[in-house]
Design a protein around this ligand. Structure first.
Ligand code: GDP
Length: 414
């Protein structure tokens, strides 16, 4: 296979996503479950005791909240999912913006009791500003007072979103016992024997089917609204396949016309795998999104970025952190290929530096890699002068990407 073919195959199966939520909605629990299911961690840290996998900075451990934007890579089916950790506290809005800038899609987590809380609104609006397509996970369906429809209403009235349930709860609060896939009309259960890594699908009982049927009607009506061909067939009483429904929903999600909604309980391992499937089905990969605008360093001429591996490198440093006394720079590659051992130009600083090592960050370990392609997210060691917002490029072709630091936060920082 040529380098070009390898890279486009890889990009097709890549997702760069973030999890955005109001504090306490269950972002950490959901992320931990995802990492567990994707088989990358075998130990589940108790959240808020400083052992949660994504919260690795001492300051966060002290405060018990996620401040930094780390990135964790995991696998689901044939796909690689890079989860970029966005901070959940309003004080760190600028950090949220920085990380939103490099995401292709996001999962918005809501508490089924608390619903759309003020800070969910802030982060949601920021993600809209950056045109980030989203799914919603309505978590804590098991909690007393859980109200799925009230959260949907909150999404409509407060976020001006168009939520469309594709996975609905079976029972709520104390009566919550599972979730149903509205697309396939099946009850989905995690498999106890596999410790939740796998799930099984079961036909709905008659009672469940009558409960889910109105959601299915709503789903089909919306899908028909988005696609004239399907509308005609729907009105003609024809069956619309699960594959067709997902394809239309994906297109509508990418255009920010709809937010597919998933119900569940991260704590009870219910519905989480369906969210992972949803990430693959509905959220965009790097090939589905427009690359940022770039200018040449000297001429200021605008240039378009090229995802092909033979194009000159264009990468954005979006997070700098210390790891065992070594400075690591998290970068989103927008163009070309990045290689360990090569000298690159920090166009923002006007300096050239050698990348000594490249890593992919997993929840429990760092994987040393030799190169990575456009669309991917990597951590680089050796860029001593690099700071958040800097563009790293090929010396012969010094692009400068739109500087994320120039974005103004939506709210003023304390
Ligand atoms: P974060 O602040 O958004 O990261 O929220 P956490 O994941 O830390 O969760 C906040 C609290 O809610 C913790 O005590 C969790 O155990 C609890 N929690 C998370 N998910 C669920 C759920 O599905 N059901 C219930 N009942 N509690 C949950």
């Amino acid at each position: 296979m040529t380098k070009q073919a390898v890279s486009s195959k890889y990009l097709e199966f890549l997702r760069n996503i973030g999890v955005i939520a109001h504090i306490d909605a269950g972002k950490t629990t959901l992320t931990e479950r995802i990492l567990y299911y994707t088989d990358r961690i075998h130990r589940m840290g108790e959240v808020h005791e400083g052992t949660a996998t994504m919260d690795f900075m001492p300051e966060e451990q002290e405060r018990g909240i996620t401040i930094a934007s780390a990135c964790t890579s995991c696998h689901w089916g044939k796909h690689t999912i890079n989860i970029i950790d966005t901070p959940g506290h309003v004080d760190f809005t600028i950090e949220v913006e920085r990380s939103l800038r490099v995401l292709d899609g996001a999962i918005g987590v809501f508490c089924a009791v608390g619903g759309v809380e003020p800070q969910s609104e802030t982060v949601w609006r920021q993600s809209e500003k950056f045109h980030v397509p989203k799914l919603a996970f309505i978590n804590k369906m098991d909690r007393l007072g859980a109200d799925f429809e009230a959260v949907l209403e909150g999404m409509r009235s407060r976020l001006k979103a168009n939520p469309l349930p594709v996975v609905v709860p079976l029972g709520q609060g104390e009566d919550f016992y599972g979730v149903a896939d509205v697309v396939t009309m099946e009850r989905v259960e995690f498999d106890q024997d596999s410790q939740g890594r796998e799930y099984t699908r079961h036909p709905l009982t008659e009672e469940e089917a009558s409960l889910v049927a109105p959601w299915r009607d709503r789903l089909l009506e919306s899908v028909a609204d988005f696609d004239d061909g399907i509308m005609e067939r729907y009105l003609g009483g024809e069956d619309i396949s699960a594959q067709e429904i997902r394809a239309v929903l994906r297109a509508a999600t990418l255009k920010l016309q709809v937010v597919p909604v998933f119900a569940g309980s991260a704590l009870k391992n219910t519905g989480v795998q369906l969210v992972l499937d949803g990430v693959l089905d509905y959220l965009p990969g790097p090939l589905d999104v427009e690359p940022p605008v770039a200018h040449m360093e000297n001429t200021k001429d605008k240039c378009s970025l090229d995802v092909s591996p033979s194009a000159p490198l264009g990468a954005l440093a979006f997070k700098v952190f210390m790891d065992d006394g070594r400075k690591m720079v998290l970068m989103r590659i927008y163009s070309g290929e990045i290689k360990a051992g090569e000298v690159y130009r920090n166009v923002t600083k006007g300096e050239s530096e050698r990348i000594s090592r490249l890593f992919r960050l997993h929840a429990s370990h760092q994987e040393k890699i030799e190169h990575a392609y456009a669309g991917d997210i990597v951590a680089a060691a050796g860029l001593k002068g690099a700071r958040t917002g800097d563009t790293i490029a090929t010396p012969e072709h010094p692009y400068i990407l739109e500087n994320i630091a120039a974005y103004k936060p939506v709210i003023s920082l304390a």
